[in-house]
Ligand binder design. Structure first.
Ligand SMILES: Cc1cc2nc3c(=O)[nH]c(=O)nc-3n(C[C@H](O)[C@H](O)[C@H](O)COP(=O)(O)OP(=O)(O)OC[C@H]3O[C@@H](n4cnc5c(N)ncnc54)[C@H](O)[C@@H]3O)c2cc1C
Length: 599
């Protein structure tokens, strides 16, 4: 008999009938609720179960990048997210200090808020990044998914599953009644987080290690506006002798709601038994990092979590697919976790919909691993690298080699001295700060995912060499496998993004006036393949005009060429110019993308 933390026991209980659906989703975190929202938007029946009685009860993920925002925009919930988020212009004056009230070592303008970087972010997407804590985001996704058709069942725990050629039978424990029931689905999505039982049950292969460092979250209320309002940020890094956060190497004071709700991340030695910390001890940690006791502090919670460095190299077995932290587990550095989890689901949902509707061959689903496993590896590697690079900060401040706390204090003070050693410290500190751009301004990492798979048809071209550092800078392209470049287009009454014209409910082709024949061919291709294929002709006198001539600069094909976009806004195929038989060319490309046999 297994015990659960709310006291309900799983035991041999009667099974109460079978629930039937197309897709069962285990987990209502960012990945599960995004999958549910997308599937319901596409009209695919789905059930989402989650172990607890509600969504996330702690803030956890918060930095929400432009790719995740584009998903929300596509799903029609961007305004709801922005209404509850701390906006872009208040998230990036990231401070490094000895305490919130103490001296500063320096600041970095992060997440594209510096004048030098802001233009890159504005140019890349119709939507800006923001900060929305996970406990505010999940209800938006879950509510909208449920309103659109998802059967959401709280306090429902995945216990086990068996699959056969036609579907998956999952046993679920209803933690309210203590009874089990079965769900019969055509597909199962394991979105059950870093301790995924679904991933373990299907034996996904992983590389890396779990729990390489331990962290404690302390949430608290305190009005810090007087201390931080003039340097608004979501992150305040506190480096002081004795402060240590596992996997990160500094104390972190993180804004949850400006400027009154906060979260401290504090490290503990993972090789020792997990610490238990009472209100008084938590308050002491808060005062230590604030550097003042003159502020009322109300502790609202503590929780422990492990820093991981692990990714799956295959993401599915048969009819079972895993998304989110179930397949990539890493520290919060770079803020990639929830963002990548949402992108996993965006990638998978349209493919499941296409296969379930009979529009695509089942092999299309194999491209989920081909496309997303490299992303999982990349982000786990990047986040852990960023986490380790914090050591450069400690080296620059001289605390790494100090024998004791007094030595650390002296080393930190050395940067103020008019000596050669002081000058060296100042220079080293500047370099260490610059390196953190790879964590806090890594626009290329956030947006630049590129796919090579059978769901992308090469036009024989390859990506041009990046003109700037590809981790820091995003370079838009229409080479098949790239995300659709954003450009503002429209008419004298409306301005829309190219991304808005390619909704995830269909394939979309973009062409110019000289390429009208591509658009003319679209209805016949759509009818032949039984898919929805939209056509957008951009040019003067058409419904959509190239208002700023940006689309012409970014499309990388001739005006009579075509760019074919998948539902998840990835370029499926392109042609530099008009061909003799556009209908045949489009049919061939889509047949390949959809893993359908020709003819
Ligand atoms: C302190 C901290 C800060 C972070 N900051 C950021 C950030 O700024 N940006 C970012 O992008 N990411 C961040 N992350 C990472 C982010 O929280 C995760 O990547 C994200 O939550 C993963 O989403 P998920 O849906 O895959 O899994 P989770 O959010 O872990 O959700 C798992 C779901 O599965 C359910 N579940 C688990 N087991 C079962 C079961 N047996 N049966 C039924 N349901 C089950 C749970 O109830 C839950 O609903 C941060 C994480 C931490 C800890």
């Amino acid at each position: 008999m297994a015990e659960f933390n709310d006291g309900i026991a799983a035991t041999a209980l009667p099974t109460d009938g079978v629930v039937e659906t197309d897709v069962l989703i285990v987990g209502s975190g960012p990945s599960g609720s995004a999958a549910a929202l997308a599937l319901s938007t596409y009209g695919i029946p789905n059930v989402m179960i989650t172990k607890y009685r509600w969504t996330a009860n702690t803030p956890r993920a918060h930095i929400t990048n432009q790719r995740a925002m584009e998903f929300f925009r596509d799903m029609g919930v961007e305004d709801e997210v922005n209404a509850l988020a701390t906006p872009h212009h208040l998230i990036g004056d990231t401070v490094f200090c000895s305490s919130i009230a103490g001296e500063e070592f320096g600041r970095i303008l992060t997440w594209g808020t510096s004048p030098a970087r802001h233009a890159d972010y504005e140019a890349a997407s119709p939507t800006l990044n923001c900060d929305i804590p996970q406990n505010y985001l999940e209800p938006i996704l879950t509510r909208n998914a449920t309103m659109r058709g998802t059967q959401t069942r709280f306090s429902s725990e995945y216990v086990s599953h068996v699959q056969d050629a036609d579907g998956v039978t999952t046993t679920v424990l209803d933690r309210v009644t203590g009874r089990t029931y079965e769900v019969r689905s055509k597909y199962l999505i394991g979105a059950d987080g870093a301790r995924s039982k679904v991933a373990a049950d299907i034996g996904l292969p992983f590389e890396g290690a779990m729990d390489i460092a331990g962290s404690m979250n302390i949430t608290f209320r305190a009005d810090l506006e007087a201390l931080v309002g003039h340097r608004p940020s979501v992150l305040y890094w506190v480096i002081q002798p004795g402060a240590n956060v596992g996997g990160i190497g500094a104390g972190l004071v993180r804004m949850v709601r400006p400027w009154k709700e906060w979260l401290i991340v504090w490290g503990y030695d993972i090789t020792q038994p997990p610490p238990s910390i009472d209100d008084e001890a938590a308050r002491e940690v808060v005062y230590q990092l604030l550097g003042t006791r003159d502020i009322d502090v109300e502790i609202t919670g503590t929780s422990l979590w492990g820093n991981n460095e692990m990714f799956a190299t295959e993401l599915s077995r048969g009819r079972v697919y895993c998304v989110g932290d179930a397949i990539h587990r890493h520290p919060p550095s770079n803020g990639l976790g929830s963002n990548t989890s949402i992108q996993d689901s965006y990638n998978l949902a349209w493919k499941l919909a296409a296969v379930l509707r009979g529009q695509a061959g089942p092999e299309l689903l194999d491209t989920f691993t081909t496309e997303r496993a490299p992303v999982a590896r990349q982000i786990v590697t990047r986040a852990n690298k960023s986490s380790r690079e914090f050591a450069g900060f400690f080296d620059a401040l001289g605390v790494t080699d100090a024998a004791d706390e007094a030595g650390m204090v002296a080393a930190i003070a050395e940067r103020k001295l008019p000596t050669a050693a002081g000058a060296a410290r100042r220079a080293a500190l500047g370099e260490a700060m610059e390196l953190k751009d790879y964590e806090f301004n890594a626009h290329g990492v956030e947006l630049g995912q590129f796919y090579t798979s059978s769901a992308v048809v090469s036009d024989g071209s390859s990506r041009s060499e990046p003109t700037r550092d590809p981790e820091l800078y995003y370079q838009a392209s229409t080479v098949p496998g790239s995300p659709l470049p954003h450009a503002w287009v429209g008419d004298n009454a409306h301005r829309v993004s190219t991304l808005d014209l390619a909704p995830s409910t269909r394939f979309t082709l973009f062409t110019g006036i000289s390429g009208q024949a591509w658009a003319d061919a679209a209805p016949a291709v759509a009818a032949k393949l039984g898919i929805d294929l939209g056509a957008v002709v951009i040019g003067p006198g058409r419904e959509t005009e190239d208002l700023y001539f940006d689309w012409a600069r970014r499309r990388e094909v001739g005006e009579d060429g075509v760019v074919l976009v998948r539902p998840d806004k990835i370029i499926a195929w392109r042609s530099q110019g008009l061909v003799e038989d556009p209908e045949a060319a489009l049919t061939e490309a889509l047949t390949r993308v959809l893993s359908r046999s020709a003819g």
